[in-house]
Ligand binder design. Structure first.
Ligand SMILES: [Zn+2]
Ligand SMILES: [Zn+2]
Length: 175
């Protein structure tokens, strides 16, 4: 099992097995990184430019692990392990239910690729501190469900407060 630099478990054997399509690949299989940031890695960018900015992985020449600029950050906001979801509120300043978990760290094999998924607070702690694995077929635990329920009822009461305030807005008839 892979480890973080501090020696806790990452929760997967192969980060690339959980890694999706690179954040830099366009829908038509080109490398946005080479196009938009030519100064970051001029050699890489000019090689890509010579190949019409084609992504070598999209063209089956490389695997994600081969590319020096591969990056995958999960955008779907739910726990990869138990499926707990979270709707972030713009003014929500409480501790989020979901946390970003890094699957890859710089070592001889990963080139320091940034590969992240979301885990709920509870699964995140379990993955780092115990036997739990990211790929477990788990359900949200009772604490996770309770926290989500609490958040949902808070959202609902804020919503009904807002619509009540609108109904009784004394300025509403002025228009
Ligand atoms: Zn979870
Ligand atoms: Zn983590």
């Amino acid at each position: 099992m892979k480890k973080t630099p501090t020696g806790t478990s990452v929760g997967v054997d192969d980060p690339y097995a959980h890694a999706g399509v690179c954040d830099h690949v366009t829908d038509d299989g080109r490398c946005r990184f080479a196009f938009e940031f030519p100064g970051h890695d001029p050699t890489f960018s000019s090689e890509r430019r010579a190949a019409d900015f084609r992504c070598p992985v999209a063209d089956d020449e490389w695997a994600w692990a081969d590319c020096p600029h591969y990056r995958f950050r999960e955008t779907e906001r739910e726990c990869t392990r138990c499926g707990l979801d979270e709707r972030r509120d713009a003014h929500e300043d409480g501790r989020p239910l979901l946390e970003e978990h890094h699957l890859a760290y710089a070592d001889d094999r990963d080139l320091g690729h940034e590969i992240t998924v979301y885990l709920c607070r509870w699964c995140h702690a379990k993955v780092h501190n115990s036997w739990a694995r990211v790929g477990d077929d788990a359900n949200p635990g009772p604490e996770a469900l309770a926290a989500r329920e609490e958040r949902r009822s808070k959202e609902l009461s804020e919503l009904s407060f807002a619509s009540a305030a609108e109904r009784f807005d004394p300025g509403a008839d002025d228009a």
